[in-house]
Design a protein around this ligand. Structure first.
Ligand code: ADP
Ligand code: MG
Ligand code: ZN
Length: 508
C-alpha cells in the first residue's frame, strides 16, 4: 500500500490508536505459578508440571520475582502502584490452557495510570536528531499494567498461515503455558502508525534496560495488538475500533495500522460502517482480514482466584523496588549530552543499550572526556559494525574499552592517521591485540617528517609531468590523485594534512 494513501487519508481523518502489549518475563527463571523453566522452544510438552498442566489438587504459588518485575516496570513508566491487588480467573473454552481458565488480573491490577513520552522526527522517521525543525514529542497515557500467565501454543495443521479455519487438525504445546506475562494497555492517545511503532520500540528498550525480558518480537516474547479507529478531523468522541493481531515486527505493526486506517476511511467514505472485530495481519499479502467479530465476544466470568490471597503492598516495599530502578535510556541520553558534549542523536544511539552505553563510558573514562566525540564516532561506526556483522555481544567483544580508547589516543597524538586506524581496528578484531602493539609491529607509524614528505612529493612530481601540467592549467581536482600517489610512495604512512599542504605548495 502506498504511503501517500495514508498521508491523504490522515488529512481528512484522525486516527485513534491504543496498544495492548504483552511481554513475557523471560529473564526470570521460572513460570508464574510453578517452578518450570521459562525458555523458548524445547521438545513440546516437556517443560510442564502438575501446576501448569492444571491437574486436580495442584496449588499455584505466585512467582515473587514476576510481581516485583511488574511493579518495577510500572515505576519506570510513572504508574500508580496499587496498595491492594489481586489475581482473578478468566474463564474461556479454548484448548491452549489446560485449566480452561487463565489466571490474570481484572479490576485490581498491580499498576494503574502512567505515561511514556515519545519523540517523532519531522519526516516521521523515528530516531533522528533534535526536537527542532518539525520534530515533536508526545505523551502517551498508560491505562494499566497487570500480570498474568501465558497460554500454551496451538499449531493448526493444514489451515492457511497456521490459522484454525480450514485446519485439518490442531496440536498443542504447553511449554509456554504459565510463563509470566505482563500486559500493558495504553490510553487511546496514539495518532499515527509511526507513533505506535515508536512507542513499542521505546517500551522494548525500557524492558531490556530493566532486564525483565528478551523482548523478541520474532519469538513472541513481546507481542503488540493494535486497536484503531478513525474520526473526521475536528470531531471528538471515539469511532468504532478494530483490533489487529499477529504483528511480529515493528514494521508489521506500522504497516498493519496504516492499512487498517486506510481501509476504515474507505468504508466510511462509501457510507458504510465499521464493524467492531478482531482482525489478522497477513504479512505476505500486506492486508488485514476478519479473525472474529465482537458478537462472538466471550463472557469471561472473572472471579477472584480462590487459591491465592490478595496482595497488600506497603509503601516501604514499593520504595524498595523503586530503589532498584536502573538509569533508563532517556536519562542516560541527557547525561551523555551534558557530560560529554555529544549531539542528541549520538547520545541517543549510545544510550539505548545499557551494555553498549557502559562500554562507551568505560572508554571515555580511560581516554578522557576531551576524546568523547571521536570515541562516540568509533563506537557507533567501526565498533558497532563489527558487533553487528558477527552478532557479537558487547561483553564478548575482542576490542575492549581500553583498546578503543588507546586507538583514539593514537589518532589524537598524530601517531597514526584515521585511515591507518581503520586498518589497525581490523587487525584488532582479527587478532585481539592492542592497537599500540599492532602499530609497532607493522611499522605503521604515521610519518610527519617534512623532509621525508617533500622527497616523496618531489618524486611523484618528477614522475608525472603530464598530470602536473594539467593541474597547473587549472584542473585542480587532480590534487586527490596526487595525494594518492604520494601516499603510495610512503606506504600509506604520510600525514595526510601535511601531504596535502606540501603538494599544494610545490605545484602551485
Ligand atoms: P476492549 O474491551 O475491546 O478490550 P478496551 O476498552 O479494553 O477495549 O481497550 C483496549 C484498547 O483499545 C486500549 O488500548 C484502548 O486505549 C483502545 N481503545 C479503546 N477504544 C478505542 C477506540 N474507539 N479507538 C481506538 N482505540 C481504542
Ligand atoms: Mg481489553
Ligand atoms: Zn509447571
Amino acid at each position: 500500500m502506498a504511503k501517500d494513501r495514508l498521508t491523504e487519508v490522515l488529512e481528512r481523518y484522525e486516527a485513534v490508536i491504543g496498544l495492548e502489549i504483552h511481554t513475557e518475563l523471560t529473564a526470570l527463571n521460572s513460570k508464574m505459578f510453578c517452578g518450570c523453566p521459562v525458555e523458548f522452544g524445547g521438545e513440546p510438552n516437556t517443560r510442564v508440571c502438575p501446576v501448569c498442566l492444571g491437574l486436580p489438587g495442584a496449588l499455584p504459588v505466585p512467582n515473587e520475582a514476576a510481581v516485583e518485575a511488574t511493579v518495577l516496570a510500572g515505576l519506570a513508566l510513572d504508574c500508580e502502584i496499587a496498595r491492594f491487588s489481586q489475581f482473578h480467573r478468566k474463564q474461556y473454552f479454548y484448548p491452549d490452557m489446560p485449566k480452561d481458565y487463565q489466571i490474570s488480573q481484572y479490576d485490581l491490577p498491580f499498576c494503574g495510570l502512567g505515561y511514556l513520552d515519545i519523540e517523532i522526527d519531522a519526516d516521521g522517521a523515528a530516531q533522528r536528531v533534535d526536537l527542532d525543525g518539525g520534530a515533536y514529542a508526545t505523551r502517551i497515557g498508560i491505562t494499566r499494567i497487570h500480570l498474568e500467565e501465558d497460554t500454551g501454543k496451538m499449531i493448526h495443521v493444514g489451515g492457511a498461515e497456521g490459522r484454525i479455519s480450514g485446519a485439518d487438525h490442531s496440536l498443542v504445546d504447553f511449554n509456554r503455558a504459565g510463563t509470566p506475562l505482563m500486559e500493558l494497555v495504553t490510553e487511546p492517545d496514539i495518532r499515527t502508525p509511526e507513533e505506535a511503532r515508536r512507542f513499542a520500540q521505546k517500551l522494548r528498550l525500557i524492558m531490556l534496560n530493566l532486564g525483565v525480558s528478551d523482548c523478541s518480537m520474532e519469538e513472541g516474547s513481546m507481542r503488540v495488538d493494535g486497536n484503531v479507529s478513525v474520526r473526521l478531523r475536528g470531531k471528538t468522541g471515539l469511532g468504532t475500533k478494530t483490533e489487529v493481531k499477529n504483528m511480529n515486527s515493528f514494521r508489521a505493526l506500522h504497516d498493519a495500522l496504516a492499512y487498517e486506517i486506510v481501509r476504515q476511511a474507505d468504508v466510511l467514505d462509501e457510507g458504510g460502517r465499521i464493524v467492531q472485530e478482531t482482525r489478522h495481519w497477513d504479512v505476505g499479502a500486506k492486508r488485514t482480514s476478519t479473525l472474529r467479530s465482537k458478537e462472538e465476544a466471550h463472557d469471561y466470568r472473572y472471579f477472584p482466584e480462590p487459591d491465592m490471597v490478595p496482595f497488600e503492598f506497603t509503601s516501604e516495599w514499593i520504595e524498595s523496588i523503586r530503589a532498584r530502578l536502573p538509569e533508563l535510556p532517556d536519562a542516560r541520553r541527557e547525561r551523555f549530552m551534558l557530560e560529554f558534549g555529544l549531539s542528541r542523536s549520538d547520545a541517543r544511539a549510545l544510550s539505548e543499550d545499557a551494555d553498549f552505553a557502559g562500554y562507551f563510558e568505560e572508554a571515555v573514562a580511560i581516554a578522557g572526556v576531551v576524546l568523547a566525540k571521536p570515541l562516540a564516532n568509533w563506537a557507533l561506526g567501526e565498533f558497532s559494525a563489527y558487533l553487528n556483522a558477527g552478532s557479537v555481544a558487547v561483553s564478548e567483544a575482542k576490542v575492549t574499552p581500553a583498546m578503543l580508547a588507546e586507538l583514539v589516543e593514537l589518532i589524537d597524538a598524530g601517531t597514526i592517521s584515521g585511515k591507518q586506524a581503520k586498518a589497525v581496528f581490523a587487525e584488532m578484531v582479527a587478532s585481539g591485540d592492542a592497537p599500540g602493539g599492532i602499530v609497532e609491529l607493522r611499522g605503521m607509524k604515521q610519518v610527519s617528517d617534512v623532509g621525508a614528505i617533500e622527497a616523496a612529493v618531489d618524486r611523484v612530481i618528477a614522475a608525472s609531468p603530464d598530470e602536473v601540467a594539467e593541474y597547473r592549467s587549472g584542473k585542480t581536482a587532480l590534487l586527490g590523485w596526487f595525494v594518492g600517489q604520494v601516499m603510495r610512495e610512503m606506504r600509506g604512512q604520510g600525514n595526510p594534512a601535511l601531504v596535502n599542504e606540501i603538494l599544494v605548495k610545490k605545484m602551485g
